[in-house]
Design a protein around this ligand. Structure first.
Ligand code: NDP
Length: 270
């Protein structure tokens, strides 16, 4: 597949989702609105927010005033873990949709599995209703382990379109990735820049130097080249542009293998 900033991948219900987009955790207030506006101006077509981020109003406003058609921008938001009681998810969704000021949400995720199986499955049934009546185009989960995904499959419910989990060379979530792939659940990777914590890693730096790119660009290219949906966050215009400039170079099979070798199960240094 030739990758471009507007490359889309097909979810298991046929909906096309951009492979690359903007994360917005810690992008609140007018800065959050500006970050989304800069990203859309730079060609981003996917924006990831959540009820818990406290910025749905600003994200929605930036999308609505971008000059783009609604169908050109893919908006994801998420159900707070505390909102998973019976029927609660439906009310929480409506509150998110009102804050966003949008008719529909493209992808709605359960943000975190929580501790209780019945609450998880109850919330998932609510999300199925939202999907059924078109209030969201796709539904998925986040931070789900294989055991949580199995629960949904074993209950005979709708297979999640997406599982959003942390993903970088330092933490590749291979088990959850392989399980998802074999069941049509697309992996979406968060914290692809390791929240900035591993940008000075020697191996990443060496690959970056060999391509005349930044460490951030190498981490993002590595993720999109694996066709994992990737949502770096920045509140700085120049970084938003830099992070999107990963579609005009390619990592070799050897580069990919070297980066794959960084797997340590976690983003942070021990
Ligand atoms: P990222 O890995 O995207 O890193 C963001 C950090 O890196 C920020 O501090 C940013 O600083 C900095 N940064 C961005 N670009 C560059 C650059 N080019 N060079 C150097 N530093 C840079 O971390 P996130 O945890 O924010 O993950 C991305 C998104 O994923 C979130 O924003 C959110 O939407 C989602 N997410 C989902 C979670 C879930 O539970 N489902 C959990 C965590 C994240 P600055 O802003 O100052 O530029």
């Amino acid at each position: 597949m030739t990758l471009a900033i507007d490359t889309k991948v097909e979810l298991n219900n046929g909906v096309a989702m951009p492979l690359f987009g903007l994360g917005t955790w810690n992008a609140t207030g007018s800065l959050g609105r500006k970050a989304v506006a800069w990203a859309l101006e730079s060609g981003y077509r996917l924006v990831d927010t959540a009820s818990a981020y406290g910025n749905e109003r600003e994200v929605g406003e930036a999308v609505r005033t971008s000059g783009l058609q609604r169908e050109e921008v893919f908006v994801t938001t998420k159900l707070r873990p505390s909102e998973t009681g019976p029927g609660t998810a439906l009310r929480a969704f409506e509150a998110s949709r009102r804050r966003l000021g949008l008719d529909h949400v493209d992808l709605y995720l359960i943000h975190w599995p929580g501790d209780d199986r019945d609450s998880r499955l109850g919330a998932w049934r609510d999300l199925e209703k939202l999907l059924g009546d078109g209030r969201c185009r796709a539904i998925g989960v986040s931070n789900y382990e294989v055991s949580h995904l199995r629960e949904i499959l074993e209950a005979g419910l709708t297979v999640p379109a997406v599982n959003q989990v942390e993903f970088s060379p330092f933490g590749q979530r291979r088990e959850v990735h392989d399980f998802g792939r074999s069941h049509g659940i697309r992996l979406e990777g968060y914290s692809p820049l390791t929240r900035g914590e591993r940008l000075d890693d020697d191996t990443v730096q060496a690959v970056a130097r060999s391509h005349g790119r930044s460490a951030a660009q190498v981490l993002l290219r590595w993720a999109v080249q694996k066709e994992v949906i990737t949502i770096p966050k920045s509140n700085h215009r120049e970084r938003i542009v830099e992070n999107a400039a990963v579609f005009d170079f390619e990592l070799s099979a050897e580069d990919m293998a070297v980066l794959d070798g960084l797997e340590g199960g976690r983003r942070r240094r021990r």
